[in-house]
Write a protein that binds this ligand. Structure first.
Ligand code: NAD
Ligand code: MG
Length: 397
């Protein structure tokens, strides 16, 4: 008899997105190990229907009753039986379902918070791409991970790299395990070398054309403004119990080193690879084993050069704002996250200039008081207040 491989049932929250599709690509390479249990989407519902035909999940989740009716009709006509659920309650149901082993949290933004927390509270293996959920709810989220015995694995390429370079017992504390610093790499985005005059005229199409990574529109804009690196700094502090001073951002335009860990003895460990999210996805899915991800082997001779530089906080104030929010703690990260989501949406709709994104975030931070986080309600209230303040500024601008 061969060794029995246990079948893992996987829910993919945000299945139609860039991370969702990469996840399905990896899962489909290992049908003997993984079964797709549920797929969810908020838009691109025709694509969701195709994904249901291809992956035959037990559940699908869509935003409205009308969308559910349409999807049920389409799937029935194709002779495929899928239970279609609706809205946030549906998202939470497929995240915490008793038959689910593993949840890929790949919804973008604050919308992913409650379903991701539902997976955590059900003690699932949670693959975290949705950094905004952790940035918003930090201490609360990490406490829930511990209390419910969830297994949290980072999908963000930098955090996945750090996780791979940290000692196995890093949870005892970074200093206790000989870690001096975490070096968080940043590509610098498409505007790394642009002048302030050029930055003032950035268009959404330019911001969404990342030099190394193909990603959803919101994270592409965040990468261009360096808010993404700021959110990642906060994410790293929570995931690895680091203080903001222990996390240093290093610009590395080739995106081949995905981050590094610096030890007290002078050793610096890096994780490298081609910039393709299927590597961290496959790593987290199979951890501690390794599986094929479909990513081409790294050709160092072709890469030839690895460059490093300090980030420019003058031209990219979002990184400074996020570092300040990390230091302030409490609801400050939830405030910048919400203000940034509103600002990015306005920028993508051509209602806000690129350099007004940090300005709007800073205004909101000045206006809405930071409070300690004592409950989920505090976090949701901070999110609401920051969105309202940001919308008021947009309306008066
Ligand atoms: P995307 O825009 O391509 O996909 C987002 C997914 O979330 C889609 O399936 C969409 O239908 C769903 N969604 C959007 N709004 C929703 C809502 N209100 N309710 C429920 N579902 C909703 O985004 P992406 O690039 O795949 O990123 C997803 C998450 O992963 C983000 O948090 C991002 O920061 C993180 N991430 C992405 C990458 C990347 O390479 N794309 C890398 C690191 C981290
Ligand atoms: Mg990243």
């Amino acid at each position: 008899m061969g060794s029995a491989v246990t079948m893992q049932r996987v829910t993919v929250l945000g299945a139609t997105g860039s991370i969702g599709l990469s996840t399905l690509d990896v899962l489909a390479r290992h049908p003997e190990q993984y079964r797709v249990f549920a797929l969810t989407a908020h838009s691109r519902l025709a694509e969701l229907e195709q994904l249901c035909l291809q992956h035959r999940p037990q559940f699908a989740v869509v935003p409205t009753e009308a969308a559910a009716k349409h999807l049920r009709g389409g799937l029935q006509a194709a002779g495929v039986s899928v239970d279609v659920l609706v809205g946030e309650a549906g998202l939470c149901a497929v995240a915490e379902h008793a038959e689910v082993d593993c949840v890929m949290a790949a919804i973008v933004g604050a919308a992913g918070l409650l379903p991701t927390l539902a997976a955590v509270r059900a003690g699932k293996k949670v693959l975290l791409a949705n950094k905004e959920a952790l940035v918003m709810s930090g201490a609360l989220f990490m406490r829930a991970v511990r209390e419910h015995g969830a297994q949290l694995l980072p999908i963000d390429s930098e955090h996945n790299a750090i996780f791979q370079c940290l000692p196995a017992d890093y949870a005892r504390g970074l200093s206790a395990t000989g870690v001096r610093r975490i070096l968080l790499t940043a590509s610098g985005g498409p505007f790394r070398e642009w002048t302030p005059e050029q930055l003032a005229r950035v268009t959404p199409a330019q911001a969404c054309a990342h030099p190394n990574w193909s990603m959803g529109r919101k994270i592409s804009v965040d990468s261009a403004s360096l808010m993404n690196k700021g959110l990642e700094l906060i994410e790293a502090c929570w995931l690895f119990d680091a203080c903001p001073e222990q996390v240093e951002v290093v610009v590395h335009p080739q995106s081949v080193i995905h981050s590094l860990v610096d030890y007290v003895d002078g050793s610096v460990l890096a994780q490298m690879g081609n910039p393709d999210m299927r590597t961290p996805i496959a790593h987290a899915l199979a951890w501690p084993a390794r599986i094929d991800s479909g990513v081409a082997p790294l050709d160092l001779l072709q890469v030839a050069h690895l460059d490093f530089a300090a980030p420019d906080m003058q031209r990219f104030p979002c990184l400074r704002l996020a570092r300040e929010a990390a230091q302030a703690g409490g609801t400050a990260p939830a405030l910048i996250n919400a203000a940034n989501e509103v600002a990015v949406e306005a920028f993508l709709a051509e209602r806000l200039a690129f350099m007004h994104i940090p300005q709007l975030v800073e205004r909101v931070l000045e206006q809405v008081a930071t409070r300690p986080v004592t409950s989920l309600e505090c976090v949701l209230e901070a999110d609401r207040q920051a969105r309202e303040a940001a919308q008021r500024h947009l309306a008066s601008a």
